[in-house]
Structures are given as C-alpha cells and as structure tokens.
Write a protein that binds this ligand. Structure first.
Ligand SMILES: *[C@@H]1O[C@H](CO)[C@@H](O)[C@H](O)[C@H]1NC(C)=O
Ligand SMILES: *[C@@H]1O[C@H](CO)[C@@H](O)[C@H](O)[C@H]1NC(C)=O
Ligand SMILES: *[C@@H]1O[C@H](CO)[C@@H](O)[C@H](O)[C@H]1NC(C)=O
Ligand SMILES: *[C@@H]1O[C@H](CO)[C@@H](O)[C@H](O)[C@H]1NC(C)=O
Ligand SMILES: *[C@@H]1O[C@H](CO)[C@@H](O)[C@H](O)[C@H]1NC(C)=O
Ligand SMILES: *[C@@H]1O[C@H](CO)[C@@H](O)[C@H](O)[C@H]1NC(C)=O
Ligand SMILES: *[C@@H]1O[C@H](CO)[C@@H](O)[C@H](O)[C@H]1NC(C)=O
Ligand SMILES: *[C@@H]1O[C@H](CO)[C@@H](O)[C@H](O)[C@H]1NC(C)=O
Ligand SMILES: *[C@@H]1O[C@H](CO)[C@@H](O)[C@H](O)[C@H]1NC(C)=O
Length: 896
C-alpha cells in the first residue's frame, strides 16, 4: 500500500492550491468496488498529510466489507454487523444482493436456493424479487437493500476522508445488462450518492495497470483475467500512446482501449466452495446414518458454508485441510479433512470451463498467445493453485502475471477514474480510457404505416462501441409510433434474460404535427429524429425526439441595397429571421426554426427589379417540433416507479434515523456504565474525596450508584436514550459538586498564586512604562493600577472568607473566577501597552482607535498595529487574524 501511495503522490496535483484551502470537501471522491460478497472502498482526497489514494477501512479495520444486510429484532444491520449474526440467523441476513438487481423473481429464487439461502422471497409487481423480513410484513426491494450497502460504503469513505463525500464511481461486472446498470444507479440514488459513473470492472483493472507505465515506445496487448465470487471474465486491452500538440509542444499521451471481453457469469469462487459444501454435506449425512439430509437445515448449511470458506483458503497453501464445525446439527460436531487432490477432483469440470473466456477472447481477436504481452490475474479465486496451473498450461508460460493486487486493483483503478471525472482533482499523469458497450443494441419501430423494411429493425450500437456516445436516427414517417430497444442477438444476452427487448417507448405528437403542416408546401417528407445516448455507465436511452418539417415558400423580404457592403452583410444575416419567441413552447412553428436560407441570386435580381421596397424570394424553412417520448416502464427488469422510489426513500430515511438512535443509545448506555465504574473507583481509592465530602454524602452517593447499576442490568437493559441520559444526569447532580470541591482543593490555591505573581509583575510593568513609554496617558496607567488594587483586595477578602467556611460546603470563590479576573486585567494592560507613540506632525491623536482614513480596510478592522505597520500585511488574506494575535502576545511579553 505505501508503495502505491508513494507512486501516486507524484501523479496527482490539485487544479489550484486555493481550491484545496477554500473548499476541501470538493476535492474528495471515492470508488466502490461492489462485488457479490465483498465491497471495497477507495478514497481520493487531496488533503495535506494524507496519501491521495487510499482504501477506506471499515469499523473492524478491514480493507473489505461484507455485502450483507440483516433485519433482526427490529434492528437493521449492515456490513460487519450483519456478518456477525449470519451463522445464527441465515434467514435474516441477505447476501448476493448485487446479483438480484434487475433480475426476475425466478432468477433470484434459483440463485438463493442453489446457495442454501433460506430467504422469504416474494414476487413484486415488476416481477422482481422482494425480501420479506422477520416481521412477516415488510418487504424490501433489492434496490433498497443495495442502497443500504452503498450507503454504508460511502459512510466508510466519508469517515476516512473526514469530509462530506457524495461523489463516487461504482464498479459493475462486464456482463451487467441494462436493468442491472439502471438498478445500481437507482440504488445509489436512494443512498444519496452522486454516481460520477459506473465503470466496468475490467476497465478499472486496466486503468490501475496502465497508470504508472509508458507505452510511447511499446504498445501492448494485455489480457485481464478475473475470477471473483460468482463470475469470471477475460478482457483484452490494448495499451498504446499517441502524440498530440499542447502549448506548441508535442507530448505523448498514453491510452488504453478495451478490445473485447468475454465471460462466464456462473463460474466463480463460490462454485468451487459449493462443491466442497456438497461433499461435506454428504459426508456428514453418512456419519449421521439415519437418512437425514443436513441440506434441509438452513442453519446447519450456513455453519458449514462458513467453515468451508476457511477450508478452501487453507487448501490454497496446503495439500490437506481440515474442517471442523461445532454442533453442526442436533448438537453433533462435524470433523473431517480433505486433500487438495480431492478438491481438484470435485471441481474437475470447472477448470476447463474457467479457461473458456480466455480462449474466446483470443479466438475472436485473431491474436496468438505470443502476441499477448501479459495475462494479468485478478480476483480472489485466481489464488486457487489448480486454476493457476491450468492457466499456465494453456498459456505455455512458466510464470503468470500477478503484477496487480488481486483484491484492490479494480477499486484503485476506479478511484483514478473518479478523480478524472471530478472537477476538483486533476490527474497529473494522463491515461486515456476507451471502454465499450459490452452489448450491441438494436432499435425496432412499430406503428401504423411503418414499413416492414430494414428501416424498422436497425443496429443502433454495435458491441464494444466506445462509451459515451450520442447519436440519432432519422425516420421518414408522419404518424405516432412505438420504438423499442433490444440487445443485439448476434451476441450472448445478459444472464437470466429471456427476451432481448428491454425498453419500449411511445413517440407521440407526430400525427398531430403532420396534420398541422399538411397544407404547407413541403419540400421533403416529414421525418422523426430520435436522439439516443449511451452513457459512460453503459446505459442506453432514447432521450428525445423531434419532427422535422421542411417547407419551401415564397416570402417577401425588404429589398437589399448592394452598394453598401455594411448593409449587405447585415441584411443577409437578418434575413435568416430567427424567431424571437424561443421560450413560447406552445407555438411549435417558432420553435427551433433553423432555416437553411437559399436566396437564388438570379431570382432576386431578375424578377423583382421593379419593386422598390420589397422583393420575393424562394425560402426553405426547416421546423423542428419536439415530440413526446413516453417510456413504458413495466414488466421484469424495470426500475422502481416514481412512487415506489419516494416510498423507498422515506423507509430508508426512517431506518437511518433509527440506526442513529440505536447508536446514540448505545453510547449513552456506555457512558453511564463508564461513569458508575470510574466514580466508584475514585471514591474508594482517593482519600482526598473523604476530605471534601461527608460520610453521609458519600454513602448516599454510593447507594445511588448501586441503584442505577442494578437498574442498568435489569430494566435498563433495553432502555431508551433519554432514560440513560436522565440517570447519568441525576448521578452527576450528586457527584459533580463533590468532585468540583475536590478539584478546587488544589486548583484554587494555584490560581491565587498565579494572580499574586501577576500582580507583582504588574508593578514592574508600570514602572517600565514610566521610563520607556512616557507618552502613555497618565489616566490610563492609573486606571491599571487601581484595577490591580481592586483585584488584590478581592483576592484577600475571598481567601479570608474561604478560610472560615467548611470544606464541605460550596466554595466561596472558584479558581476559574480568579483566572477570569487576571485575564481581564491582562487585557487591559495589553491595550494600554499598545497605545502607539504619537507621530511628530500628523494631527491624528494617538487614541486607542485611530480615526479612519480614506481607505478604511486596515483601520476599522484592527486597532492592534502601530499606524506605521503596513496595512498590506493585515489585510492580506485569511491568516490575518491569527497573525495579529501573535503580535499582541509578543508585545506584552516583550515588556516582562
Ligand atoms: C522512447 O524512445 C525514444 C527514442 O528511442 C527515447 O528517446 C525515449 O527516451 C524512449 N522513451 C521511453 C519512455 O523509453
Ligand atoms: C480522463 O479524462 C479525459 C478527458 O475527458 C479522457 O480523455 C480520458 O479518457 C479520461 N481517462 C480516464 C482514465 O478516465
Ligand atoms: C413549392 O416549392 C417548390 C420548390 O420545392 C417551388 O418550385 C414552388 O413554387 C412552391 N410552391 C409554392 C406555392 O410556394
Ligand atoms: C442604395 O442606397 C443608396 C443610399 O441609400 C442609394 O443612393 C442607392 O441608390 C441605393 N441603391 C439601390 C440599388 O437601391
Ligand atoms: C457601416 O456601418 C457603420 C455602423 O453602422 C457606419 O458607421 C459606417 O459608416 C458604415 N459604412 C459604410 C461604408 O456605409
Ligand atoms: C453575419 O453572419 C456571419 C456568419 O454567421 C458573421 O461572421 C457576421 O459577423 C455576421 N454579420 C453581421 C453584421 O451580423
Ligand atoms: C433565445 O435563444 C437564445 C439562444 O438560444 C437565448 O440566448 C435567448 O435567451 C433566448 N431568448 C428567450 C426569450 O428565451
Ligand atoms: C485608497 O484606495 C484607492 C483605491 O481603492 C487608492 O487609489 C488610493 O491610493 C488609496 N489611498 C490610500 C491613502 O491608501
Ligand atoms: C475587516 O475587513 C473586512 C474587509 O474589509 C471585513 O469583511 C471584516 O468584517 C472586517 N473586520 C472587522 C473586525 O472589522
């Protein structure tokens, strides 16, 4: 990590130092690598004294957090807290949430049952899965659960950066289709995150790989092979450099382009683990020998899965690994071992499958293995020795490339992308990124009179087309119609997708517009332009549509006088007559009438010579009339409706509030316990307490302490925040006066001593004034002396009274009062001390407040400086106040 930080330190600079000083919050962005099981969070934060890019650790100081949400006993738990109860309540802890976004109910159901996850899933009106929690009523959508996870992630980033932080880049696996990407964006929105962009995992890895390298003399093809929890992919990326001119100099800029990516969305570390789970489940059943299948007990399976994870990890470094599960089922312990060989045999069919994405990417590229500079491994599952051996064998290489951090490369690369997309941070090191859409998209049209020709079914965006991009399609048509978007079926569809169509729009208003213009002299058939965008996040949408009407008409225009060059130019421009009323939306005709004027010079001159003031010209006008685009969001894979979204937002806010309350309650309970404990200790151990309190007082107090302690462990177990607070305050009401007296026992004499020392010093200061600052007004120095006398008398009087008062009663005066009085006197002395020496000629009387001159900035602001001190210094900038502060102090001490 430190190696990385040191490297990046030189790569990042701020746009301007001032923006850091003034608005530090704007310079922090984050990235979230959202996996099936784990989430990693990185922060880019240009705060002095912090490394610019770092991993945000969680409350357990872990560099990755479990993607889990649990509902238990009325509480919502996220991340580590949820992980804490997973073995006990497997039905209440939701995992693999990311993989249920944008999926059909059936897909979610299949996934959870294959993983022995006993969730209470219900089908919602969209056809997606909902999670019914333990209250038996409330159902959460996957988007809501994911929002809770993302919110947890951004909180980790925030507490790491120590500034409010809302901007993030979130990773997605390459095979995520439209509903998945939209769903993640919506979940992030629910969590209040401003998503700068989604980024494909492989692009994050490529970015991290390329950022510290120079490809000017050596372009290269690199394959990134990633096997995570639930999926594997291979991405072919081409790294190169191009020259560009900048400020007259030729500079070389590095860039990478993702050429291809192929995947297996159903093969990951989880599948290897499941083979072990099945194996051990059989073994346990055999040990039990009564025909019982442990798979029917969710709790047992949760316990077994947890231990299998460990066993698999041990197998990566050892040839044999044990497994041990305490009371796996029915109080029976389960113990066994497995050899690496056996494990590899159990997964025999998976090893070959793992190579498929790699083989496909090579085959489709036409490249040979030797053309590939490196095959970089990332993802936790690539640590499995057998997988490495298979890859090595296939590649015919002795060494595999493991130059990236298998766990963190993606999140770190994604954070570079976040920095690049943010306003406040500039990457000093440039790396151009070209990633493409992992699916191709087809546009289909349907409606009355739409001809069933090639026009109705067109490839809008081919696979691997660079993102982002905006494009439009023009259709000759004059009636309302339907447009739909589908995946290009020439390639694989996203996992779980049954129908290639994912979006449907009605384009309305075309019929009406056509009728309106029917009587005009149309110079070409009416068209509809459809404007699409493919976002950086890989989300395609039909953003707007417009009707285009071209009309040719004779119009009268003011006659031109060609003798004046001036007027010619002017009138020519004016003749385009851009309509002024561009705000009036109702008037379609004036909207966007961008006119391709063509004045035929022959016509102008030849025909209209007789007319003195006006002439007729043939003019071509183009009208663009916006059409209504209605997205039909229904059916499987659609995002939350507006209503469901606001409802979800309210529910999440309520949960957040409850969480905050829960945390506050825990804190207050803690401080009450802490108070009781430490107070008891003080009373018992500190003999001085006996001096300042009576026997009765102490025993009353101890009684109260015991009472509250008793309550704490009985009725107080689940008490509310206010109850804890109340009790703490009632105890403090008794304890505080005692401890105050105890403290004053030593503090008061010290304060008095301090005051007396100062009063003695003051005499010297005044003597010094008489000698060295004769201009000081007599009245002022006398005032100081009289104040000092007053303080001395007050002190004597109070000390006398205190002596006559019992140590057990409220003190007559406090150390704080003494310090306050001394400080007040010191301030007065300082003010007098600063009275400047009068200038020989100038009329300005040397009063405390110099009369303000023409430019009041220096004077009205600060009376501290001598008039001679440069105003420039005091008005300079924000350090101003602290600066003058130190000056004052120095002035006082100089005298002592
Ligand atoms: C690239 O090659 C040129 C010419 O051979 C050389 O001057 C330059 O230093 C090289 N750059 C790198 C990064 O190796
Ligand atoms: C960074 O931004 C520049 C300019 O928008 C872009 O050309 C480049 O591809 C971006 N690089 C990354 C890694 O995001
Ligand atoms: C209609 O447009 C054509 C050219 O497209 C033109 O020749 C004709 O004069 C126009 N007719 C009217 C009535 O404006
Ligand atoms: C152009 O304008 C000038 C001055 O207004 C006038 O003298 C001249 O006759 C005009 N020419 C034509 C062709 O109308
Ligand atoms: C051009 O127009 C400017 C301002 O309208 C005017 O001052 C100038 O005299 C004109 N030139 C001619 C050649 O008419
Ligand atoms: C006329 O339009 C041209 C091109 O749009 C522009 O360069 C020129 O300045 C305009 N002239 C006047 C008088 O507005
Ligand atoms: C008309 O459009 C122009 C440029 O598009 C804009 O500057 C101007 O404010 C608009 N006028 C009104 C009244 O909206
Ligand atoms: C006051 O400020 C003005 C400009 O703000 C400057 O021109 C002038 O010289 C200043 N006068 C003095 C006495 O500093
Ligand atoms: C000092 O001057 C600045 C700018 O003229 C002003 O904003 C500020 O309020 C002043 N401070 C005091 C204490 O007068």
């Amino acid at each position: 990590m430190s190696r990385f930080a040191a490297r990046i330190q030189i790569l990042l600079v701020l746009v301007s130092t001032f923006s850091l000083l003034l608005i530090p919050s704007e310079s922090a962005v984050s990235s979230i690598d959202l996996g099936s099981e784990w989430m990693k969070v990185a922060v880019v934060n240009l705060k002095p004294g912090q490394s610019p890019i770092s991993i945000a650790i969680n409350e357990m100081s872990k560099r990755k957090s479990p993607v889990l949400v649990a509902f238990h006993g009325g509480n919502r738990l996220v991340g580590e807290e949820a992980a804490g109860i997973v073995a006990r309540y497997p039905d209440k802890v939701y995992s693999f949430i990311r993989d249920m976004i944008g999926k059909l109910y059936k897909n979610a159901k299949d996934l959870t049952s294959s993983l022995y996850l006993p969730y209470d899933l219900v089908e919602d009106s969209r056809g997606a899965a909902g999670f019914r929690i333990d209250d038996g009523v409330t159902v959460y959508t996957p988007e809501e659960l994911l929002a809770m996870v993302l919110s947890y992630g951004i909180t980790l980033a925030e507490s790491h950066a120590r500034v409010p932080l809302k901007d993030a880049v979130i990773t997605v696996p390459p095979y995520f289709g439209q509903p998945e990407r939209r769903g993640i964006l919506q979940a992030a929105q629910l969590a209040g995150i401003n998503v700068l962009s989604l980024i494909n995992e492989h692009a994050g890895a490529a970015l991290q790989y390329g950022i510290d390298k120079d490809f000017a003399n050596e372009s290269r093809h690199v394959i990134f092979y990633d096997m995570g929890s639930t999926s594997a992919y291979a991405a072919l990326v081409y790294f190169s450099a191009y020259n560009t001119k900048e400020f007259g100099k030729t500079v070389s800029v590095n860039q990478f382009q993702v050429k291809d990516v192929r995947w297996d969305s159903k093969l990951g570390g989880q599948d290897l683990e499941l083979r072990l789970v099945e194996y051990f489940a059989d073994e346990f059943n055999k040990q039990l020998g009564n025909g019982f299948d442990v798979r029917t007990s969710p709790k047992a399976m949760a316990k077994l899965k947890k231990q299998v994870k460990r066993t698999k990890e041990i197998l990566s470094a050892n040839t044999v690994a044990p497994i041990s599960v305490e009371s796996l089922y029915d109080d029976l312990d389960f113990r066994s071992t497995i050899s690496r060989e056996k494990f590899e045999e159990l997964c025999a069919d998976l090893w070959e499958r793992a190579l498929v994405p790699l083989k496909e990417v090579l085959r489709n590229s036409g490249l040979k293995i030797d053309d590939i500079y490196a095959v970089e491994l990332i993802g936790g599952a690539t640590r499995v020795p057998k997988l490495q051996a298979k890859l090595q064998e296939f590649l015919g290489r002795n060494d595999l490339d493991k130059h990236l951090d298998a766990d963190e490369a993606i999140v770190l690369g994604a954070s570079l992308h976040a920095a690049n997309l943010s306003d406040g941070i500039k990457l000093n090191r440039r790396l151009g990124m070209i990633d493409g859409s992992t699916y191709g998209f087809v546009l289909r049209l349907d409606g009355p009179d739409i001809l069933e020709d090639e026009n109705t079914d067109m490839l809008l965006i081919p696979r691997m087309k660079k993102m982002p991009i905006k494009l439009f399609r023009s259709i000759k048509h004059n009636k309302d119609f339907e447009a739909s978007l589908s995946y290009d079926e020439a390639n694989e569809l996203p996992p779980g997708v049954l129908s290639s169509k994912f979006a449907q729009y009605s384009v309305l208003g075309l019929t009406e517009t056509s009728e309106k213009y029917a009587a005009r002299n149309l110079s070409s058939p009416i068209k509809a332009n459809l404007h699409f965008s493919l976002s950086r996040s890989g989300v395609i949408s039909l953003d707007r549509a417009e009707a285009v009407i071209e009309i040719t008409e004779w119009v009268e225009v003011p006659r031109k006088n060609t003798t004046l060059e001036n007027n010619t130019a002017e009138s020519f421009n004016a003749s385009t007559e851009t309509s002024p009323g561009n705000t009036s939306q109702g008037n379609a005709e004036s909207l966007n009438s961008s006119d391709d004027v063509d004045i035929s010079p022959d016509a102008t001159k030849g025909k209209q010579d007789t007319d003195i003031n006006t002439e007729k010209i043939l003019k071509k006008k183009t009208f663009r009339v916006p059409l209504k685009v209605v997205a039909k969001s229904s059916g499987p894979g659609s995002v939350l409706s507006k209503d469901s979204f606001s409802e979800a937002k309210i529910r999440l806010d309520a949960l957040d509030k409850k969480d905050a309350e829960r945390r506050k309650t825990a804190e207050l309970k803690n401080s009450l316990e802490e108070y009781i404990y430490s107070t008891r200790e003080k009373i018992e151990d500190n003999a001085e307490v006996g001096k300042v309190s009576s026997e009765e007082e102490r025993s009353f107090f101890e009684e109260k302490l015991s009472e509250v302690q008793e309550w704490l462990y009985t009725d107080g177990e689940d008490a509310s925040a206010s109850e804890f607070k109340e009790r703490l305050e009632s105890l403090k009401a008794i304890g505080d006066p005692i401890f105050f007296r105890l403290n004053e026992l030593t503090a008061r004499p010290l304060a008095c001593e301090h005051a007396r020392l100062y009063l003695n010093d003051l005499q010297k200061i005044v003597n010094n004034w008489e000698m060295n600052k004769p201009w000081l007004p007599k009245a002022k120095t006398e005032e100081v002396l009289s104040e000092a006398e007053k303080l001395r008398n007050w002190l004597e009087e109070k000390e006398e009274q205190q002596k006559r008062t019992s140590i057990l009663s409220t003190p007559i005066f406090t150390s704080e009062e003494v310090y306050q009085k001394v400080t007040k006197l010191q301030d007065k002395v300082a003010t007098v001390n600063r009275i400047p020496k009068p200038k020989p000629k100038i009329e300005k009387p040397p009063k405390e407040e110099p009369v303000s001159q023409e430019n009041s900035t220096g004077t009205s602001n600060n009376t501290s400086g001598e008039p001679t001190s440069e105003t420039g210094q005091t008005t300079q900038d924000s350090v101003d106040s602290s600066h003058t502060g130190t000056d004052q102090e120095r002035a006082v001490h100089d005298e002592l």
